[in-house]
Design a binder for this molecule. Sequence first.
Ligand code: GLN
Length: 515
Amino acid sequence: MSQPATLRGIRDEVSSGARAAVDVCREALSRLEALDAGLHAFNTVTAERALARAAEIDRDRAAWRDAPLAGVPVALKDNLCVRGVRTTASSRILDSFVPPYDATVVARLEAAGAVVIGKTNCDEFAMGSSTENSAFGPSRNPWARDRTPGGSSGGSAVAVAAGITPLAIGSDTGGSIRQPAALCGIVGLKPTYGRVSRYGLLAFASSLDQIGPLTRTVHDAALTLSVLAGPDPADATSAPEPVGDYVAALTGELGGARIGVPSRMLDHGVDAEVARAFKSALDTLSSRGAVLVDVDLPHAKYATPVYYLVATAEASSNLARYDGVRYGYRAGPGEDGPAKAAQGAANAEHGPAKAGHYVRDVRAEDDLRTMYSRTRERGFGAEVKRRIMLGTYVLSAGYYDAYYLKAQQVRTLILRDYDRAFERVDVVAMPTSPTAAFKIGERVTDPLQMYLGDVFTVSANLAGLPALSLPCGFTTDGLPIGLQLTGRQFDEATVLRIADGYERETGWWKEQPAI
Ligand code: GLN
């Protein structure tokens, strides 16, 4: 296939008038239509809405000339609310939920000229690392269709890697932007905790969740962050910190950059080809004048268990709201569940809630508790139930101190390790994932094995730090490998500058899957 355009390429063409936004939008939709049956990146396609938006931009081109994302097609993870568009979090329990408001990131993207073409598949409520926990079936990796694209923002990564959109938005609680970016050969950025408003994101773990971009280049991630970042009165956890000019930060300069390498952490469990690509990325950085510094993150080995205690505890609380009363699906007596309805609705334009699944009166023969538990039993998938049970357990009287409180204490130690490292270095480098893309079905029956794959991504969320994954090579089987750079709080600019310097030197992003 010919090189799909970057975000910058499309924006420049639309704002200069070389191309109509409607043509760009049609092309994205037709590529989606041609590829999505095989890849399943999308849960919902918003074709009509997108074409109407693009036509508005074309009608008033002068007003949009300086818009940073003029005419750029964007795919949104299906846990981000768009007013009037079905938003499922890939869960049966929300299979017919149509939010009455836009997430702040959606409003900001559209105000910047972006055109939303659809909602992408993900692990149910963003819980997973492979997109296999979706109630609508897994997404497939465009580099090898028998493999997962990673997760949980797998559909977003596939949309970009397959050249359907130059930009997708994901959420990252423990790696869900960075790991699928790595496994699909693209760039994924998790900003600092608080950098981007989460108003309108269906919450998974509130002390960890962040929203961020998936793109083909570091430049495009920097530009998107400039659009998304900044405080929001609708999200009290959004930070007042000033937003930098992230594109201006991309000087290409690597000389003197101090890069921390936690080499002790990398001794075990990293696939040999990933280790080789990582080492060669470090060699490239140092040949361009970066200084490699060995750092110790002594508590990082506890990051995965700490994450799975904190994240499940918060999830059990956040998911209590899905009770059959306030949102989405409600199970009536003797009903089989919404699975069929969900399949029929997948890939359909948004529409009104289905009778019998959205609003239903509690039957006289049914008491409230029975209705709650039947709804949750049928509406949630196995992994979500596992997490709710784990989270409820670690918060329960008698176990709280031993598990949840202890995890919070170790979380502080992990944060301090990073603070100490950042006294000596500008960023910390690690592989994003210990392996390249794994086969569909290979880990899904073994949750512990799936969780262990998150070893390099979860600590940035626990410490609230910005972290980015970008391509750094391929396995001999042609599967992409990701390099992760983690920075100081609110210092996305340095992370982006070093990543961009590396990208300019290597050009891995130009490689395309054969589709
Ligand atoms: N893979 C991790 C999990 O399953 C992270 C998910 C995420 O970042 N949303 O919880």
